[in-house]
Design a protein around this ligand. Structure first.
Ligand code: AMP
Length: 274
């Protein structure tokens, strides 16, 4: 179907998701519509990127609602394969390993996660063929992994990062937010506050990454319902840790709120004084 669209001269936009679609996903569809003639969405809860079986089993699924949202958003084709269709021989023997970046930050907390992501995306990109693929900055490390994957394997895919869609109070939209209680929802704002505290310091001229990270960690742990995982300042391209802040930096935080794992990040720029 995508080949036929390309044969007709259409450009193809691809949005890969695990379903439970919300406005964050739909913002990627909107971005794809702005650039491309034919927009396709994949919906697949990929078992190989989950560490804990319970997390996979509990992941929200509502294909009927997702397909309706796709239709309303003008998606030209939705691809929602079963696990058997994606992995007819069971978990694949061939796995795409993203290297060192896969074992830091999210990768440190979720061993095997990015190999699962890189493997399923290699399959989806191969099925899709030449296209532009849209990914949210919400999952910033994933975006970095995808850019590296496409570069290293010469895949015919242009990768576009899109801004994080947030609730009016700043909480990043996530399929996992639905598991939070009212109090958990309030506590989850600690992630956004931590990033705000970090950004304020960076923009105020703080050059010591350790001081920025410590302030973010304090803000993250301010609520007793939040168990902080990490709060780091990293190079925006490589996600390597930085010690001295210069120019652009990416601030990333992660924590568990009522056992729901949440992540968020923002860009911050060191102001160069004239
Ligand atoms: P997921 O279904 O969680 O695998 O996400 C599918 C795509 O949607 C990924 O590229 C995510 O980064 C992106 N996404 C998820 N939440 C948001 C958000 N709040 N804003 C922008 N993009 C998002």
């Amino acid at each position: 179907m995508l080949g036929a669209a390309r044969d007709d001269g259409s450009s193809v936009g691809l949005v890969t998701t695990m379903g439970a679609l919300h406005q964050g996903h739909l913002s990627l569809v909107e971005a794809a519509h702005r650039d491309c003639d034919f927009v396709t969405v994949t919906i697949f809860v990929n078992p190989t990127q989950f560490g804990e079986a319970a997390d996979l089993a509990a992941y929200p699924r509502d294909l009927g609602a997702d397909l309706l949202l796709c239709e309303q958003a003008g998606v030209d084709a939705a691809f929602a394969p079963s696990t058997e269709e994606m992995y007819p021989s069971g978990p694949p023997a061939t796995v795409v390993s993203p290297g060192p970046i896969a074992s830091t930050l999210e990768g440190a907390s979720r061993p095997g996660h990015f190999a699962g992501v890189a493997t399923v995306l290699t399959k989806l990109f191969t099925l899709a063929g030449e296209c532009t693929a849209y990914f949210g900055e919400k999952d910033y490390q994933q975006l970095v992994v995808v850019r590296q994957l496409v570069h290293d394997l010469d895949l015919p895919v242009a990768v576009r990062g899109c801004p994080t869609v947030r609730e009016p109070d700043g909480l990043a939209l996530s399929s996992r937010n639905r598991w939070l209680s009212h109090d958990g929802r309030v506590a989850a704002l600690s992630l956004w506050r931590a990033l705000g505290a970090g950004r304020l310091l960076v923009e105020g001229g703080e050059s010591d990454a350790g001081a920025v990270e410590a302030a973010m960690l304090t803000a993250l742990g301010a609520s007793p319902l939040v168990v902080p995982d990490y709060a780091v300042a990293a190079d925006p391209i490589s996600l390597e840790p930085v010690e001295t802040l210069e120019n652009e930096v990416r601030l990333l935080v992660a924590g568990r709120v009522e056992s729901v794992r949440l992540i968020d990040n923002v860009a911050a720029s060191v102001k160069i004084s004239a």
